[in-house]
Design a binder for this molecule. Sequence first.
Ligand SMILES: Nc1ncnc2c1ncn2[C@@H]1O[C@H](COP(=O)(O)OP(=O)(O)OP(=O)(O)O)[C@@H](O)[C@H]1O
Ligand SMILES: [Mg+2]
Length: 310
Amino acid sequence: MTSYAIETHEMTRRFGDLRAVDALSLQVPVGNIFGFLGPNGAGKTTTLRLLLGLLEMDGGSASVLGYDVARQAGAIREHTGVLLEQHGLYERLTVYDNLDYFGQIYHLDKTSRAARIRELLEHLELWERRHSGISELSKGLRQKVAFARTLLHHPRLVFLDEPSSGLDPVAAVALREDIQRMARSEGVTAFLTTHNLAEAEKICDVVGVIRKGRLITVGTPAQLRTTTGKYTVEIYGRGFAAEAIAALRSLAQVSAVELQNDHLSVQLHEGAETAPLVGLLVQNGAQVEEVRKGSSSLEEAFVALMQEDT
Ligand SMILES: Nc1ncnc2c1ncn2[C@@H]1O[C@H](COP(=O)(O)OP(=O)(O)OP(=O)(O)O)[C@@H](O)[C@H]1O
Ligand SMILES: [Mg+2]
């Protein structure tokens, strides 16, 4: 058994002239939460479908949980849970009957199906709605049922395509907690796509950014925030007079200074020291209370990456 839950090598898929996934090579260690980020049409969903064997690749190779994607897609689907953009539930069946049906497909016996369905529906606060038809549910409630279906058979790996799409903030937090708990206490690997970069920043161990089918970068959210060469420090305090700000601006390592309500936002060149900034401010009569480093968000890093790589 390999130590990678997902491994791809030069995986490629074309649609006509379009390279939807272009020589994608990546490794996701077991138990990691991997966030796949990228603009609309970048190739995220196509990657998921390739990894599940729902689409054939034109080149390269991939394995999931040690199973070869081209030859052992059945085994992959058996051991993984999948939440795709289309929820794949039967509109005319009830919540309960949908889960019961999928439980049978996963070969769960009657008793364990009943227990697992009840456990998941109670946990997701859907037990009261178990007799509702899927077509009667709101978008977010359907998404929750789809999430329950993903987890029915205790998969070792979950593929989640925009899992928090349509969920209210409380439900989105609960979903993130579920994913984290599974990863931390059960060693379940999660491969998720999201357009919510704050979400990726909160839960992902590693994020990969894809654009036009090509993987641009992979790293921890913290690494990604700093690879853009934009590095921000926030200095809280009082007495930031014009001359103090001018003195900061004159430093070689400083690229921009902005005075916001109660703090200065200072942009530094990569690797610059912050201590001299504080010294200079104090010399110029300011009182420094707190310095916060690296507050440039993943969102800013993402936007910078999109502009860089055309
Ligand atoms: N079956 C298909 N036939 C033709 N083109 C396709 C097909 N499926 C996907 N594509 C194209 O491949 C590219 C990648 O699509 P994909 O769905 O993987 O993007 P995505 O990263 O998931 O985007 P989004 O964030 O909008 O969900 C897009 O240009 C899309 O139009
Ligand atoms: Mg998609």
